[in-house]
Design a protein around this ligand. Structure first.
Ligand SMILES: [Zn+2]
Length: 175
């Protein structure tokens, strides 16, 4: 993976910050990380991951230098705490949420992936870019399956087409 490190030195890095194991799971499934994409995982979340199935996937990404486990600076934690108290979101934020938001200040231009409303509110207040997976799953990434031969459509996966026995393929339903 030395090649990849050399690439990283020449390109602008894109940082993505994730706030829960579920989100990490979706993120890894839905996004193909490019050479210059880095996934930032708050230290607190690392503990949670020890018992998670995401761990196997993460181990691979880690070996490819696509993951950074990191603690945000205390300066950023302070700033986020102040803003969240202003917006009234502070009591709804977990410690991991605070770390995620603070990390986005430490890595300007990063994108937060979170389905948490309080996190999203603080992002809006600070003009931090964020994405939610609930939205994606519901509206953009619904799947259906279609037979490659007779073109029958199915809402779930089959080994082979129940109508003609040919292979079936998965598609995304476009909004
Ligand atoms: Zn068929």
């Amino acid at each position: 993976m030395i090649q990849m490190n050399e690439d990283n030195n020449n390109k602008k890095l894109n940082y993505f910050i994730v706030d829960s194991t579920a989100i990490i799971h979706h993120f890894v499934l839905e996004n193909e990380l490019q050479n210059n994409d880095i996934l930032l995982i708050p230290e607190l979340l690392v503990d949670e991951l020890k018992s998670s199935v995401s761990k196997a996937v993460l181990t691979v990404l880690e070996a490819e230098d696509k993951i950074i486990h990191i603690d945000p600076s205390s300066k950023s934690i302070e700033k986020i705490t102040g803003i969240a108290k202003e917006t009234g979101d502070f009591t709804a934020l977990s410690e991991i949420d605070l770390q995620v938001l603070a990390l986005s200040l430490d890595f300007p231009g990063s994108v937060i992936y979170s389905d948490d409303n309080a996190v999203q509110n603080v992002c809006k207040k600070l003009d931090i870019k964020f994405e939610t997976f609930q939205f994606k799953i519901k509206h953009q990434r619904e799947y259906f399956w279609k037979c490659t031969v007779c073109k029958s459509k199915f809402t779930r996966k089959f080994e082979n087409c129940p109508d003609c026995g040919s292979p079936i393929k998965r598609y995304f339903k476009k909004k």
